[in-house]
Design a binder for this molecule. Sequence first.
Ligand SMILES: Cc1ncc(COP(=O)(O)O)c(C=O)c1O
Length: 439
Amino acid sequence: MKLQSVDSAIARLINREAKRQKEVLEMIPSENYASAAVREAVGSVLTNKYSEGYPHKRYYQGNQFIDEIEDIAIARAKKLFGVPHVNVQPYSGSPANSAVYFALLNPGDTIMGLKLSGGGHLTHGQPSVTFSGKYFRSVQYDVTADGLIDLEAVAALAKKEKPAIIVVGTTAYPRIYDWKAWKNISDRVGALFLADISHIVGLIVGGVHPSPIPYADVVMTTTHKTLRGPRGAMLLVTNQGLKKDPQMGEKIDRAVFPGLQGGPHDNVTAGIAVALKEATTAAFRTYAKQIVTNAKVLAKTLTDEGFTLTTGGTDNHLMVVDLRPQKVIGNIAAEALEVAQIVVNRNSVPHDPNPPFYPSGIRLGTPAITTRGMKEKEMRQIGKWISQVIREVSHYRLPDAKEERGKYLAKVKKELSGNKNLHSIAKSVTILCKQFPVP
Ligand SMILES: Cc1ncc(COP(=O)(O)O)c(C=O)c1O
């Protein structure tokens, strides 16, 4: 029986979400449109199977085809990234990072990662609220006031704190990493080097960004962002990693299963295999290049419109707009943009004076709109619309009194939902979106 007849409520909501995804400009940099082929694999009968363990070493019978699928996914990842060991079972990026710590560190060892407000991820040692910050000692490096990572300051901090692992890779950093410099910093203090390339993996395999594989010990990537696969993650152990510890691959595997997870999501493993095949095509390389071209054109348009971008621009797929000069908070800008059918997320800016719940910026990216085939011309138009939207709402001021903020934002939201100028932009967005179908 089809979903519609079994559960019309869920069917209706899925259809509405599909319509939303078609009609808006999805500009959250961590999102993308997976291909119909990837989605077919994820929605397949593979969801029915249990296969605890690894290929040819399972705890359950009936895994002959699952073994082949996982073998293919691993072989494709090894070839694409040029690494000797791959684990494709992590459920997502956060458990994958946890597996690295669980495999290679002892509780209480020091993790050194980038602060959240500088563009780091929660699992890179965010103190107190996360596994990585609670069960390990966390030392965090930061970016400069411009938003740039200062490698000399990082090296000095590493020398002082002697971390067991240095985590490099971000969720909101728009610049290229000097992987060799990070290896030197790690080597000098005897730290392991984990590269988290979740955001930029598509740019790396598409040949437009340098790869950390020759320098890092372990590489973690999610599979659902610029790689355009299903929601999941992979752990790659490099030759450097194996040189440091020949057991590193087995330790990582044991940390994923049985250390932290049970049975792998075989439907997702198949989807990852499909995405890895797609990523080897010339079309994917063209796509990766266009993501960056689009981001640069969008960044220039926004700068020309008078906006301040952290680090002054972008080299990758994303940018963070610092809205302090406009005196509007990220929440209101993001809300107004959504009314105009431009979907972004609010984001902290470097050294943000505001708390993460009311941050001073927005983060936007080009991976999903590039998948739709949009190019430079569309980026200029989108940049102008973003500028118009933010100007429309820049008179709104967050109250100083904390207890008034929730009520104020609810009132602003209501006003924005009826704002004619925002609805007029939304109409133009709909027309543009119709010309660029989603996969
Ligand atoms: C750099 C980085 N690492 C890890 C993660 C965690 O991935 P997930 O949300 O799949 O747990 C993210 C997700 O935003 C990320 O950007």
